[in-house]
Design a binder for this molecule. Structure first.
Ligand code: HMG
Length: 389
């Protein structure tokens, strides 16, 4: 008998602060319609001085460990493109903050926004090999562009933690996957930069081209016909991108598209991303969280996933919603995570954006700002310090 493997639990976290796009527009002079309608964004999460990818990742994963225990978790995969060290995996700090067992392998994965999906697929393989084991996959990122650049309005931050398990409680992931890799320079961040470089319009074209590629391969791998899917979770660097992608996929494959139906279906997947902003690796899984939390009963419905990471690598795959999943959702908790953020003004945002860490190896404590459960306490002798708040 084939074991069914997939997402057993999903939980997300974001930052202490939020910058509304109305506040950004008041200072950039851009018509708010461009942000609210043109790119489909309303606000973006901004990390406090004592928050980073580790504190968000631990905050996202803690409720999962609390609910299911850590006994079966033998692997932690942390996907990020906001890495904090060239050698040590950020997941080791998370492993320590969550007090996970020492008999665990912990690694970090990178391929722009795609790495969360790589983590999920690698986890699937490990659980198929030994269905008694579970894998904690965490996608965590802070999206940063230069101040006053076109990308600035598409920043954001969040972490999604997923427990991958046999007999999953939420989504069974299907075996067929469409893959696509091509060498393009649409978005990248050299090691010496803290903000990404991007060719905005080219990045949109690269995303759409990759979508064509993954769909072609998915079909060749024996995947489902397009109309079978009840909903589509796209990578959402800004939520309007989901509309562009969906229209492109249907038009280029010769399928009719009911615009009203599309808008209603996609809106269910954009509720979190439109207020958190681009969270890179976490973005597509926030689309899934939004869908599960806001749609009616999706039991036994097939869901499509279209993952894209600049550079570029993309993947298309399907999953089926498991009977009983409604009992395991974290809708109230997710809503609270979004609503607890404190609004900041434009000046505070620019000050936080300009933050850089001292490089002298001294003892530097970080001011306490976060009200979350974990904090980045500072640097000492070039070592990062983390603590429970
Ligand atoms: P831009 O060039 O300033 O904006 O930047 P625009 O002129 O293209 O306008 C955007 C939309 O707003 C347009 O709609 C305008 O018509 C509309 P569209 O034609 O696209 O449908 N608009 C208005 N609508 C209503 N009222 C108004 C108004 N004015 C204009 N008054 C861009 C946009 C997304 C390029 C920029 O924000 C950017 O560079 N962002 C970062 C790059 C990005 O997000 N790329 C997405 C694909 S690549 C990707 O997904 C990977 C990524 O996540 C990274 C990774 O993989 O690691 C980024």
């Amino acid at each position: 008998m084939t074991t069914s493997v997939g997402i057993h639990d999903l939980s997300f976290a974001t930052t202490e602060f939020v910058l509304p796009h109305t506040e950004l527009a008041a200072h950039t002079g851009v018509d708010i319609g461009k942000y609210h309608i043109g790119i489909g964004q309303r606000s973006m999460s901004i990390p406090a001085l004592d928050e980073d990818i580790v504190t968000m990742a631990a905050t996202a994963a803690a409720p999962i460990v609390e609910r299911w225990g850590a006994d079966r978790i033998r692997t932690v995969v942390l996907a990020t493109e906001t890495s904090i060290d060239q050698s040590k995996a950020a997941g080791i700090y998370v492993h320590s903050l969550l007090n996970l067992p020492p008999s665990t392998r912990v690694v970090e994965l990178k391929q722009a926004c795609y790495a969360g999906t790589a983590g999920l697929q690698f986890a699937m393989g490990l659980v198929h090999r030994d269905p008694t084991q579970q894998v904690l996959v965490i996608a965590t990122d802070v999206s940063r562009y230069d101040l006053d650049s076109a990308g600035e309005s598409t920043q954001g931050a969040a972490a999604v933690a997923m427990l991958v398990s046999a007999d999953p409680a939420l989504i069974r992931i299907e075996p067929q996957s469409g893959l696509h890799t091509s060498d393009v320079m649409d978005f990248w961040r050299p090691n010496y930069r803290s903000t990404a470089l991007v060719a905005g319009q080219e990045s949109i074209s690269a995303y759409l081209q990759a979508l064509e590629g993954v769909w072609k391969d998915y079909t060749e791998q024996g995947g489902r016909p397009l109309p079978e899917f009840a909903a589509f979770c796209y990578h959402q660097p800004f939520t309007k991108m989901a509309t562009k992608a969906h229209r492109h996929l249907f038009n280029t494959t010769g399928h009719d598209l009911d615009e009203d139906q599309m808008t209603a279906m996609l809106r269910l997947t954009t509720a979190y991303n439109e207020v958190l902003g681009n969270s890179y690796t976490a973005s597509m899984y926030l689309a899934l969280a939004s869908l599960l939390d806001h749609a009616g009963d999706l039991t036994d419905q097939p869901i499509a996933f279209a993952s894209y990471g600049s550079g570029c690598v993309a993947e298309f795959f399907g999953g089926t919603v498991v009977p009983g999943y409604l009992e395991h959702l974290r809708t109230d908790g997710h809503q609270a995570v979004v609503e607890r953020r404190r609004s900041i003004d434009h000046h505070t945002y620019r000050t936080l954006h300009g933050r850089s860490l001292p490089e002298d190896g001294g003892h530097h404590l970080t001011p306490k700002q976060t009200t979350g459960p974990f904090r980045f306490a500072g640097l000492s002798g070039h070592k990062r310090l983390y603590e429970h708040s």
